[in-house]
Design a protein around this ligand. Structure first.
Ligand code: BJW
Length: 226
């Protein structure tokens, strides 16, 4: 009998072959810019223009990349699997939904959305946010990318924890497993679920998984799904 309740966690590695940098690999985002300068609430208070420029560039780049075979395989699973399925992505790109995934939660937010720090309204946002761009709801120039920075609370945690406690298969794809709380998901699923890691190379926490398969996501994920 196959699994009935599946949770899949994805990280930057699943989008690497689409042309998006990961964070911690050689040449990754955090080797080009210090995370303390762009991915904390304190950085945004200190230098909002710099933080907006960093996200404006990534938002523009996102328009030029496409989902790859790994995203497509997960979308196929979404369409065909008649048990409970939840894809939890740490990625702020929209490649899962562009591939067709529907049962999906973005725990670190979305590059394609803006949030007003004044009135809290969020909305789709695919162009640049300049320091003087007004919020369409309250007209205050207080927009920020709707992403989760260090020290901020990740999104949808109740629904994610509920799914993890009930799942019988947990699969982690393309993540270094260094950022919490996502790095702790394998422990939450262990004991009642089979846990599998699919990553370019074994992550630091690979020994916590029942199985760890090494290779590129575009090869491993379609093979795992089919
Ligand atoms: C391939 C591949 C290919 C390459 N195929 N694979 C407990 C202990 C210690 C610290 C903490 C803790 N709890 C919380 C913390 C603090 C902090 C944290 O975890 N720090 C650690 C660094 C230690 N966590 C937080 O602050 C989080 N908030 C929180 O916990 O709130 C609770 C709270 C709040 C307030 C008060 C009290 C409690 C928030 C974390 C937010 C992370 N945000 C970022 C930026 C998002 C926006 C943006 O994109 O700019 O999220 S940081 C960045 O890292 C991004 C990613 O989602 C995240 C994870 O990275 P990921 O996806 O794993 O990428 P990489 O590069 O690390 O790994 C890629 C992997 O892919 C590698 O292994 C490659 O080998 C592999 N790969 N090519 C397959 N082709």
């Amino acid at each position: 009998m196959g699994p009935k309740r599946v949770v899949i966690l994805t990280g930057a590695g699943i989008s690497q072959e689409s042309g998006l940098h990961t964070f911690r690999d050689t040449g990754g985002v955090w080797s080009q810019v210090r995370l303390e300068d762009v991915a904390t609430p304190e950085a945004f208070v200190r230098d909002p223009a710099r933080v907006q420029a960093f996200y404006n560039a990534r938002r523009a780049q996102l328009l030029s990349v496409m989902p790859n075979a790994a995203h497509t395989a997960l979308a196929r699973l979404d369409a065909e699997f008649d048990g409970e399925l939840l894809v939890v992505t740490q990625n702020v790109d929209d490649l899962h939904e562009r591939a067709g995934s529907r049962r999906l939660l973005h725990m670190h937010g979305e590059l394609g959305r803006a949030r007003c720090t004044d009135c809290a309204a969020t909305r789709e946002w695919n162009s640049a946010i300049e320091p003087d761009t007004p919020c369409p709801s309250c007209r205050q120039p207080r927009l920020r990318p709707d992403v989760v920075w260090f020290g901020e609370m990740p999104l949808h945690m109740e629904a994610i924890e509920r799914a993890l406690m009930a799942c019988d298969l947990f699969v982690s794809i393309g993540t270094s497993g260094t950022v919490y709380p996502a790095a702790g998901f394998v422990q939450m699923a262990s004991g009642h679920a089979r846990t599998v890691e699919l990553n370019l190379e074994p992550s630091d926490g690979w020994t916590q998984f029942d199985d760890s398969l090494a290779g590129p996501a575009t090869k491993l994920v379609p093979a795992f799904v089919d």
